[in-house]
Design a protein around this ligand. Sequence first.
Ligand code: NAD
Length: 442
Amino acid sequence: MSYNIKKAEGKLGILIPGLGAVATTLIAGVESIKKGFAKPIGSLTQMGNIRLGKRTENRYPLVKDFVPLANLDDIVFGGWDVYADNVYEAAANAKVLEPAVLDQVKTELEAIKPLKAVFDSNYVKNLDGKHVKEETNKWDLAEATIKDIETFKSENNLDRVVIVWCASTEKYFEAGAVHQTIEAFEEGLRNNDPAIAPSMIYAYAAIKSGVPFANGAPNLTLDIPALQQFALERNVPIAGKDFKTGQTLMKTIVAPGLQARSLGVNGWFSTNILGNRDGLVLDDPENFKTKEVSKLGVLEQILNAEQNPELYGDLYHKVRINYYPPHGDNKESWDNIDIFGWLGYQMQIKINFLCKDSILAAPIVLDLALFMDLASRAEMSGIQEWLSFYFKTPQTAEGLPPEHDIFKQLIKLQNTLRHIMGEDLITHLGLDYYQELVESMS
Ligand SMILES: NC(=O)c1ccc[n+]([C@@H]2O[C@H](COP(=O)([O-])OP(=O)(O)OC[C@H]3O[C@@H](n4cnc5c(N)ncnc54)[C@H](O)[C@@H]3O)[C@@H](O)[C@H]2O)c1
């Protein structure tokens, strides 16, 4: 049985808190793709295929031809930032894309000017932008953000809007009493509770407006019962958190392979240098802590020392990030992996990844926006665990451990698409091929 999915008619607005390196690389990329100058490489929705039915049927449509997604030509971008630069200027400052690429879409990028941000320097110390909302009360800030969403929708004649958080990583903190119920949270907004972060105000405004919200940073944001409950009440999809790019992407590709072959791992040292504004923000220990927690979790779950103490019980896992301005957005990461095999013999794997963070992140933002819009039209509300594929710390229901293995995450995503479209799920058992053969021969 397939879901009753509303068609992707009309225009889709993608609103982004944080028009920095990732967001501007996405926007410039989509505008270039629309004009036929480039291809959406790295985007599963645009370039990925999905198998349907049996292998022998040879049905492998593109994902975008299988599920009803918004068309790139129907997307309108907007966003907020603490700096007033338009998207062309912000993209030029980010130095991810070359000037020649940006100039091809200069008019489109210059037209996107950020709205004033909800900002609190207690949560991000290393920024000093002045393009921030004047309201001092958090309830009023939420109301102003709701108004921004409404105005963006009506001015651009949009049918639907989704929000993907691409703003800086906020400092590390844990949920408290104000985050437990929506009533306590709303009371906290009115009382200007210091434990309500700016990202939570955007998320609250989104959910209240019926707008799906995905969190691309490792902030606490949606990981609180208050907003999860609110999303269910309002029938709004939410997903997070922290885009899975670079080193963690490699980790969740390599680790499942080692684990699958029952090879032991007793050391994994990961170090990074990066010089963009994200690196500057992460140079503050409180903000780094948020990222570190997000990055450390993946190996523990994939290798599962509790179930495999002989292979993974002694694992020493360390993650380091250093701010190094000369590299800009060209992050360089080194992984030293100490593994052991047959009879305990030691081996080493070295990975030196010269990656472009925003080039890896941009297609994730596009896919998340399109899939969150699809989820909304399919009336899927609350946590969208099937989008784990895109996150370092996938959001799951209370008490449910997240799945980090990228291949299992992909199967989950594809089976969710098959499920909502009424196609058979694929278990990869494959016995039926042989059964038919046997039967046809008898
Ligand atoms: N690039 C990646 O591969 C990657 C991977 C995972 C997560 N992330 C996360 O995505 C986010 C964006 O990364 P980036 O490289 O574009 O960083 P960036 O510093 O270039 O951009 C972030 C932007 O957010 C703005 N900002 C900060 N607080 C804000 C607020 N409260 N409201 C509105 N705007 C605000 C900043 O002024 C800046 O322009 C970061 O949190 C980063 O940790 C990035």
